[in-house]
Design a protein. Structure first.
Length: 241
């Protein structure tokens, strides 16, 4: 078993914190945070069913939250992976793993297609630097999900080929850091459990928090632009131009 009770609790806390951060982000949203683009809303109105204030607000809120959710969950996955770390203290490596008296310095990212070229080059530079500081060590690039077919050309070219850094992804990554081939299944089970059980300190689910926020912002939207019809559409342009 990859996760003893202590490690399981640490992993669970990483994902609970992710959802708590999302809950806090929703509660802090204000109407001015939505960055309303009247042209975009108008052109999508028919296809997206933007017939009134609430339908527009719901879409705007979801769009804003989705932009931050992927990044935030990537951090949660990285934190879960660090549960298996022996510590690093070396710039460029998130995880130190020792196998048969050899140190492995591992930079962790969430998925196989999440880094731009410049970051790929920088990761390789930092990992090679960590490797030079500990002769005989191995530098690796780890991705928390995905399989070999899904690994981006950026990773293959700038991390592996030009950077000289090998990579691990998905199941093989979790097995390497945990020494258990079923580790990814256990992590997946914890994710499911956290998603089912989550309540914030006020006892609310994410959907309840979101619905309440949409109600609040819809009222503000109506005051600014109106509820529906041509008046609403004209006000959207007037107040955002």
């Amino acid at each position: 078993m990859a996760l003893d009770a202590a490690k399981r609790e640490q992993v669970k806390q990483s994902f609970q914190q992710f959802l708590l951060n999302r809950a806090n982000a929703i509660r802090k949203l204000q109407i001015e945070d939505l960055n309303i683009n009247p042209f975009l809303i108008r052109i999508l109105a028919k296809e997206m069913g933007f017939s009134d204030a609430r339908s527009i607000v719901r879409w705007l809120v979801n769009q804003r939250l989705e932009r931050g959710t992927v990044t935030s969950f990537g951090i949660a996955l990285q934190d879960a992976a660090k549960v298996f770390s022996e510590g690093t203290g070396v710039e460029g490596a998130d995880i130190l793993k020792t196998k048969e008296d050899r140190h492995y310095y591992i930079q962790v990212k969430s998925g196989p297609n999440t880094i731009p070229k410049d970051l790929g080059v920088r990761i390789s530079q930092l990992l090679r630097s960590a490797q030079r500081r500990n002769r005989g060590s191995v530098a690796l690039f780890g991705m928390c999900y995905g399989n070999q077919r899904q690994v981006s050309s950026i990773v293959r070219k700038y991390v592996e080929q030009e950077g000289g850094i090998a990579w691990l992804t998905g199941r093989e990554f979790w097995e390497f850091i945990s020494d258990d081939p079923n580790c990814i299944d256990e992590i997946y089970a914890v994710v499911a459990e956290v998603g089912e059980e989550f309540r914030d300190p006020q006892g609310q689910t994410l959907s309840e928090i979101l619905d309440a926020k949409i109600d609040e912002l819809t009222s503000q939207f109506k005051e600014l632009y109106g509820e529906k019809g041509e008046t609403m559409w004209q006000n959207l342009l007037v107040h955002n131009s």
